[in-house]
Design a protein around this ligand. Sequence first.
Ligand code: PGA
Length: 254
Amino acid sequence: MARRICIAGNWKMNKTREEAVALVSELKEKVGHIQATDTDVVVCPPFTALWGVSEALAGTAIGVGAQNIHWEESGAFTGEISADMLTEIPVQYAIIGHSERRQYFNESDDTVNKRLNAALKAGLTPIVCVGETLEQRESGDTETVVDRQLSGGLAGISAKQMESVILAYEPVWAIGTGRTATPQQAQEVHAFIRRKVADSVGDVSQRVRILYGGSVKPGNASELLAQPDLDGALVGGASLKADDFLGIIEAATA
Ligand code: PGA
């Protein structure tokens, strides 16, 4: 089954509003041709740049995403951002459960699940991240860890809701390290994730997109994306430079 490729840039805590608008203006100019292809392109700047980026990209095919979302609609949650605040901008996507959130900000499978429900309720497309640490991989626990993250994070999500969910497999040891999973390593886990999704929601699993993330670059994107269960990439470092990000988009559309 052909799934639409999605290339999403996770800018993390990088770029002021001005720098962000400059970067998307360059992207906008150069990816005009992707409108006609089968690839979704998304950028996820920090919250402070979302308005500027969204305005700069209005009327283009490039989507905008947030890097996190809180599950409550409003209230005394200092420092948090709700779904309504994002859809107002407008933002179409939200990254949920990134390993840096899990590692540094106590994100758990339970909070991932709450954020996911809030995103779906607001009509945002969630990009839910899972992935094992090096220690977990080396002790042979990759599938156990990913399985636990999927069962907890996706708990109670119906088949219909699952159609709007994007998953991202991001081995923690490959993030920002320059150490990419081999296409075979990535494919194995992606196929495992799809089987797990099939166990809980059936055939819809064939339509769910699973992105790979972890040191994706223009030079390794084609090989990775040639794998049958890799439906795109969640790109950190290489999404901060227009030429690198464009190189990955080109590899995906070639
Ligand atoms: P990286 O980050 O491409 O810099 O490894 C990927 C991510 O964390 O989403």
